[in-house]
Design a protein around this ligand. Structure first.
Ligand SMILES: [Zn+2]
Length: 77
């Protein structure tokens, strides 16, 4: 008998402010449940994953400041 211990993707929301027009936007970030995937906000920051994201504002600004990160509840809970 196997125990169903399926790991679910983690869902984070990044709150980003455009450096150009100061417009704030939120962006969903889904992290696949692979080994050593970040499981909370602290681990997400330490993982450096955020630095790989491209930011594109509607004003054509390309530089965004992350002003907050929140973690969504796991799927199905
Ligand atoms: Zn902008």
């Amino acid at each position: 008998m196997s125990v169903a211990l399926r790991r679910k993707p983690r869902l984070f929301t990044l709150h980003i402010r455009c450096d150009n027009c100061l417009r704030e936007s939120a962006r969903r970030l889904e992290v696949a449940p692979v080994d050593d995937a970040p499981s909370d906000v602290d681990e997400l920051v330490e993982s450096g994953l955020i630095g790989t994201l491209r930011f594109n504002c509607i004003c054509a600004g390309l530089v965004g400041q992350i002003i907050g990160i929140s973690q969504e509840r796991d799927y199905g809970l």
